[in-house]
Ligand binder design. Structure first.
Ligand code: CAA
Length: 405
């Protein structure tokens, strides 16, 4: 389907595919077992200039869009879901700077991220603030000329490896809509530590940790955009731009699992013929391939919507994340099924795809949150359906006696 992509997007995809096949695929299972950050893979991504895709040219980037970012994430995830996120999480962490940073903050941080020299994470979630992101309690108080941050961040993907962290904290506890602000923190800042690294089911090559802020004192220049109170809005706007990346991680995982399942089905013999000769296997493969293609189409539509800045981009980002990640879970599970007993074994490739897929239904907003976001956006558009009203009988016309209900 190259005809549907621009020359630039195809170039990004092909470049990512080359690195994925040469460097990611041969090392994917090793780092999964070790649960270690694959520095050699990160270096290969930086050497291929992939870390600069989404960063504007004036800050050392390549000036690509979210669709370009998505095709890279998809290709990497097709070979290793962990690598897909270790790449994409740098976009998640740096989108707030792109969206709302001061010129000084952009000049200071974006070139290092674009070159791959600096890694960044996104610190929104807390123990009591997962889906309810607005309920976070990490506090940032202005003391003299500096902000002092205290709190514990959870599920900070890439945090243990990252040099930088975009962290959200309460600056005005009394305010309803301007309670939260974002801060750009560096790992060497006073009071910044990563006391715990999680042991995970999937995406094991990218570390997820706790981030402790213990009287972490930072100058006001670290307040994102230089203005307090806009943090929650900026977090939501960031997630709108990053969720297509999670969805493309899901598409890549589903495609990778399908690739293996298809090959295996033609090689594995039972009852004297390859299992691909059985209609039930063919039906499963056809179903998997159709769903992968449908998910990919929705992800690309959402990424294009984000790049075009359409007003309904929030809805499309949520839809593609919800749909593609459920497809990834289903397709990777079916790939394990096609591999049969071997699929369950760690000597075979597909169980990793299934483990890596699970988190895509959870992070950057659970799929239940995505459904909530989609529904809220649908309700907002309900007034556009007024022309249909006259075709729906009003309750009184149907003889409903409200007094006696
Ligand atoms: N764009 C801009 N502004 C937005 C917005 C958007 N997409 N969504 C909401 N807002 C604004 C609203 O307009 C509102 O503004 P006002 O106060 O000025 O009216 C404000 O934000 C509050 O909005 P809501 O009332 O809708 O907020 P809510 O508390 O009901 O929460 C939610 C909405 C959608 C559930 C949100 O909390 C959410 O997305 N939760 C999931 C969080 C999430 O995805 N966490 C993942 C963190 S990253 C991660 O997973 C780890 C990792 O490292 C990969």
């Amino acid at each position: 389907m190259d005809q549907l992509l621009t020359k630039e997007t195809i170039e990004w995809r092909d470049r990512a595919r080359e690195v994925a096949r040469k460097v990611v695929l041969p090392n994917a299972w090793k780092y999964d077992r070790l649960q270690e950050y694959p520095w050699e893979i990160k270096e290969a991504l930086a050497a291929a200039e992939l870390m600069k895709v989404w960063i504007p040219k004036e800050y050392g980037g390549a000036g690509g869009g979210v669709l370009d970012l998505c095709v890279v994430v998809e290709e990497l995830s097709r070979c290793c879901g962990g690598t897909g996120v270790l790449f994409a999480v740098n976009a998640l962490g740096s989108f707030p700077i792109l969206l709302a940073g001061t010129e000084e903050q952009k000049q200071k941080y974006l070139p290092g991220i674009a070159s791959g020299e600096k890694l960044i994470a996104f610190g929104l979630s807390e123990k009591g603030a997962g889906s309810d992101a607005g309920g976070l309690e990490t506090r940032a108080e202005l003391v003299g000329e500096d902000y002092v941050l205290n709190g514990l961040k959870k599920w900070n993907t890439n945090g243990p490896a990252a040099d930088l962290n975009t962290v959200f904290a309460v600056t005005d506890p009394e305010s309803k809509s301007r309670r939260v602000s974002a801060f750009l923190l560096e790992k060497d800042m006073e009071g910044y530590s990563v006391p715990y690294v999680e042991d995970k089911m999937g995406i094991r090559c990218v570390p997820v940790g706790e981030l402790k802020l213990d009287n972490c004192k930072v100058p006001q220049s670290q307040l994102l955009g230089g203005k307090p109170g806009l943090g929650f809005k900026h977090a939501m706007m960031t997630l709108d731009r990053a969720r297509p990346g999670v969805a493309s991680q899901a598409v890549g995982l589903a495609q990778g699992a399908l690739d293996f399942a298809l090959l295996y089905a033609t090689q594995r013999h039972q009852f004297g013929k390859p299992i691909s000769a059985f209609q039930m296997t063919q039906q499963t493969l056809a179903d998997m391939a159709t769903k992968v293609e449908a998910a990919r189409s929705l992800v690309y539509t959402a990424a294009r919507a984000v790049d075009a800045g359409v007003p309904s981009l929030t809805k499309y980002a949520a839809m593609c994340k919800y749909f593609a990640t459920d497809v990834a879970m289903e397709v990777t599970t079916n790939a394990v099924q096609i591999f049969g007993g071997n699929g369950f074994m760690r000597d075979y490739p597909v169980e990793k795809y299934m483990r890596d897929a699970k988190i895509t239904q959870i992070y950057e907003g659970t799929n239940q949150v995505q459904q909530m976001v989609i529904a809220r956006n649908l309700m907002k558009g309900a007034h556009e359906l007024k022309h249909l009203e006259k075709y729906i009988p009003v309750e009184e016309q149907m003889g409903v006696d409200h007094d006696n209900l």
